[in-house]
Design a protein around this ligand. Sequence first.
Ligand code: HDE
Length: 699
Amino acid sequence: MSTRKNAKTSKAARPEDIVGNGGELHQAVEGDARMTTAQGIPMSDNQNSLRVGDRGPTALEDFAMREKIFHFDHERIPERVVHARGYGAHGVFECYEAVPELTRAAPFQQRGKQTEVFVRFSTVAGNLGSIDLARDVRGFATKFYTDEGNWDLVGNNIPVFFIQDAIKFPDLVHAVKEEQDRGFPQAQSAHDTFWDFVSLMPESTHMTLWQMSDRAIPRSFRFMQGFGVHTFRFVNAAGDAKFVKFHWTPLQGLQSVVWNEAVKINGADPDFHRRDLYEAIEAGDFPEWELGVQIFDDTFADEFDFDVLDPTKVIPEELVPVTPLGKMTLNRTVDNIFDETEQVAFCTGNIVPGIDFTNDPLLQGRNFSYLDTQLKRLGSTNFTKLPVNAPKCPVMHFQRDGHMQTEVHRGVANYEPNSLQGDERGPRADVEQGFQTVARQEGGQMRRIRAESFADHYSQARQFYISQSPVEQQHIIDAYTFELGKCVRPEVRLAVLANLRNVDEDMAAIIADGLAMELPAASEPAAAPVDLEASPALSMTAHAPESFAGRKLGLLVSDGAPAAAVKAVLNAAKAAGVTVKVVAPGVGGVTLSDGKKLAADEAIAGGPSVLFDAVSLVPGADTVADLAANPAAKDFVSDAFHHFKFIGVGADAEQLLESAGVAMKRDAGFVDIGSRASVEAFLQTCAALRYWERAVFAP
Ligand code: HDE
C-alpha cells in the first residue's frame, strides 16, 4: 500500500529516474551533478523525508528537509511598495560622439564607447502579481555600469510627476493603491481615493492628463519613451555645469493600444508586456533607444516661464531641442527573474563624476528614500554586492562587515588615515578625479514653503491637451469619463471637473456630458493659467514608426486555406521583420489547399486579435462557414475592426466579415491580400499602425 503511494507521488520524475520500492530515486550521478544541501552535504534521497517506519512520524533530525523547507519559507522578499511589477533586461549603451565639453561622465568620453546597462520597466500602482496593461505610468529605470561607478537613471515614461514635494509621496501612493478598507481595486487609478487626492492637489493636473492619454497604455515597453523627469546637471572636467533633462526615444517608434483592447489583453495575456520584451530579445530583434538631453543654462532657466526645478513641468522641445548622445540596445534577457529583476536596487543617489543633482524638492526626497527601500527589501547594507547591483569597475573602501558580507577583506587596514605601507595601506580619496559636487551658493530662511514659481498648475496641462491630435484628445476624454465614472462619490467627480475647467472648457464639458453631470463652477487656480503655444513634440504622432517591423500580425486560417496566400503572408512578413502568429480553430493546425499541414501558434480562443497589431483573414473556401459560426472567430474580426486595426482580407473571407458585422463597413483599412505583392502592400499600409479614420464608423 505505502509503496504504491510513494510510486504515485514520484510520477513527476524524468524517465531516466527509477523509483525503487521504498520510494527513493536511484539515479546515476556524476561529479558536479550530485545534489547537496546548502552546506554541501550530498543528498541520498530528495523524495522522502526521514521517518520512523513506513507510515510513522517524521524525525526532527532530518536536517536536509528542515533546511530545504526553511529556505523555501523565506523565498519571498518584500515587493516594492511602488513599481512592484516589473521586467528587466541587460544591454549596452553606445556613445555617438565624445562630449567632454559637456560632461566628464565616463559613458560619454569616446565615440563608440560601450557601457553595460540593466533596465527595469514597471507599472507603478499594481502589486507584483498584477496585470501588465493597467492604465498606469511606466517606470523606466536604467543602471549604467560605468567605469567610474554605477549611474542609475530612475525615470518614467511620462516626463512630469504628480507632486512637487517628496513629503506628499506617501499620500499619493496610498491614494492610488487599493483602498485600505477593502483591498481593491488592484492596479487602477479608477477609484475614489486617487481622484479625491489629485482633485485636492491641482499640481497633479498636468500629470493626470498624460496618465489619461494613450501613453499610460503602451503597446509594449519597446514602444515607449523614457524621461529622467527632474532637471539634472552635466559637469565637465573644468567644473563647468549646465542643466540637462534626459530623454529616451525608442527607435522602434511610439505605439499604444486602445482602452477596450487593453481591458481584453489583460484577460487574454496578463503578461503581455513582459512576454513581448522577452520574445523580441530572444528572437534577436533587439529594441533600441536613443538617449538625448535638453541642455540649458542659468540664463534660460531664469527666463523660462516655469521653474526648472518643478517636476510637474516640461521644457518644450521647440524651445530646447533634444541633443542625441548615444544609443541603448537591450540584447539579453535575464537568467533568473528573482536574482536580477527582483533584486536590482536602483537609487537616484547613484550618480557618477560628470553628473550632479539640482534642488528639485522631489529629487532631493528621492535621494533620501531609495537607499532606505533597498535596505528594507534586500535586508542588508551589502546589497551592492549582489551580481546585478555590483559595479563593474574596481570597488575599494573601508566599509566592513554587516549581514551577508560576501567578501573576505584581508590585511589589517580597515580604517583611514593609516601609516601602513604598500599593499597594506588600502585606498585613498582622489582629490583630483573623485566625485565633486558642483560648488553652489545656497541660502535663505529655513521654512516649510512652496516657491511661488511652482504655482501655475494649469498652463502646461492645457498646452499638453492642445498639442494632441483629435484622436488622442478623444482618448483623453474617454479615459477621464471612464475613470471618474468608477468614482462612487459624486463630489469627487465634481472636484475633478472643477479643476479640468481650468485646462480646457470644451474638454471638461464633454467629460461632464459623458458622466451625465452638470459642470460645476471652475476651481480657483493658485496662479491664473496662461495660453501657451501647442508643442507638437508632445503628441505621440510626432514619434510614429516608419515601418511595421517589430510588430505582430495575427493570421487567421482554417482547413483548406489557399496555400499560396498563406505562404505569401508568411514570407512577406518575415522579409519585413514582422512576426506572424498563426491562429486556427485548433492549436494542432490546419491542412492547406495543397494538402500540406500548417502548425498553429494559438487556437482562436487563446489568440484573440487584441494580441496582434494587425490581422489577416485567410480561411478555406469550404470551412469559412464554420469560422463564421465560431464566436471567438467573430470576436477576432469584430475586435480588430473596432480597435482600428488594418485587416488583410483573403479571397474567401467575405462570409466571416459578414458574420462579424463588418462586411458593410469596409473602409481603406481593409486590404485584399493573396499575392506576394498585395501582402507587401498591406504590410506597408500597416506601418500607420491603426486606421484612425474608422472612428467615424464606430458605434
Ligand atoms: Fe520612485 N520609488 N519615488 N519615483 N521609482 C521606488 O524604490 C520614491 C518617483 C521610480 O524598477 C521605490 O526600489 C519617492 C519619481 C521607478 O526597481 C521607492 C518618491 C519617479 C522605480 C520609491 C518617488 C520615480 C521607483 C520602490 C518621491 C520618476 C522603480 C522600490 C520623492 C522620475 C525602480 C524601490 C525599479 C521605485 C520612492 C518619486 C520612478 C519606494 C519617495 C518622480 C522607475 O523607494
